[in-house]
Design a protein around this ligand. Structure first.
Ligand SMILES: C[S@@+](CC[C@H](N)C(=O)[O-])C[C@H]1O[C@@H](n2cnc3c(N)ncnc32)[C@H](O)[C@@H]1O
Length: 310
């Protein structure tokens, strides 16, 4: 865990943080409300002899007492989807409504895409994009199993995303406008250490900087394809400020967006306003960091942004 030494003065209780990072992660599922209610899913797990805990902050997140919730009948029926507890945060914060146009910029394997669709009652459109074709096949599998039909899949680099394949060649991109966009960005995955103990094996600052450059490009494109007044959520499962607050700071200076506050009824701390001598736009404080010791989960970073009229 030497990599985490750089966060010693940043994390609120560093010893508790390290101890949590060394423990295994309780596995969670999200109830697929297109197919079942939380009570039906609890009953189905209990019928298999698996006890289930509920979490306080989200009625659709359950913690069944099994290492492999994805190989149970509730999952096979499409009633539940194995999804880390903190992974349910970004779609919840984005708050898509039935009938809206939503872009999931980095969507595979589709945990959040299918959550967005369920929140929209499967009405409207989710454009689920990922630049990795292999991972998109997992997304298709998940949408099919969960009975999601309002999703169209695209395979593009989100930094240059265009809806041209679906449009008249003579139209330009100017009127491509989503109501909401989720940027669940590729990242260095430091916050997944409890689920994947090898997560830090190839960690290096060069990779952090390289992925931060991709993140900035994707978030900029998100700002360009969202209508004024539309909402963007930017999230990562990493702690590195270079991939979180610094990305927001960069894009805030380039695009007409602002960071907005939101309620997160889970223990968390605010976004950082400086790291390693670099100061960030004070707005980034409205982002939220969830550390593993806060709620016995993985680590996560989530910011909510609104596109302003230019
Ligand atoms: C954190 S994962 C997304 C997880 C997904 N949102 C979910 O909940 O199942 C990040 C994804 O970004 C994709 N990705 C990486 N670079 C990309 C790019 N330039 N454009 C689009 N997708 C990209 C990766 O293939 C990966 O699937």
């Amino acid at each position: 865990m030497e990599v985490f030494e750089r966060y010693r003065d940043v994390v609120d209780d560093y010893d508790a943080f390290l101890a949590a990072c060394e423990r295994g992660l309780p596995m969670a599922v999200r109830v697929n409300t297109l197919r079942a209610t939380p009570d039906e899913v609890v009953d189905a797990f209990e019928a298999e002899g698996i006890a289930v805990d509920r979490v306080d902050w989200h009625p659709h997140v359950l913690v069944p007492d099994t290492d492999k919730p994805g190989t149970t009948w509730p999952a096979y029926h499409g009633w539940a989807h194995g999804q880390e507890e903190v992974s349910a945060i970004p779609a919840t914060v984005l708050g898509p409504q039935p009938g809206e146009r939503v872009w999931d910029a980095c969507a595979a394997p589709g945990s959040k895409t299918t959550q967005l669709s369920a929140m929209m009652d499967d009405e409207g459109t989710v454009v689920a994009n990922d630049n990795n074709l292999g991972r998109l096949s997992a997304l298709r599998f998940n949408t099919e199993r969960l009975g999601v039909t309002n999703t169209v899949v695209t395979n593009q680099d989100a930094r240059n995303f265009s809806l041209k394949p679906f449009r008249d060649e003579d139209e330009d991109d100017e009127d491509v406008a989503f109501d909401r966009v989720l940027v669940d960005a590729p990242c260095s995955c430091e916050g997944t250490i409890r689920k994947n103990p090898d997560a830090l094996d190839n960690w290096n600052l060069g990779h952090v900087e390289q992925v931060a450059s991709v993140q900035k490009g994707i978030l900029r494109r998100a700002a360009q394809v969202t209508r004024p007044g539309g909402i963007i959520v930017y999230s990562t499962c990493t702690f590195a400020p270079e991939e979180n607050e610094a990305v927001l700071d960069h894009v805030l200076a380039e695009e007409p967006i602002e960071v907005v506050d939101y309620d997160l009824p889970l223990e968390h701390v605010d976004g950082l306003t400086e790291f390693d001598g670099e100061e960030f736009d004070p707005q980034v404080q409205k982002a939220k960091r969830v550390y593993p010791h806060h709620n016995d989960t993985g680590g996560f970073f989530t910011a909510k942004l609104e596109v302003t009229a230019e």
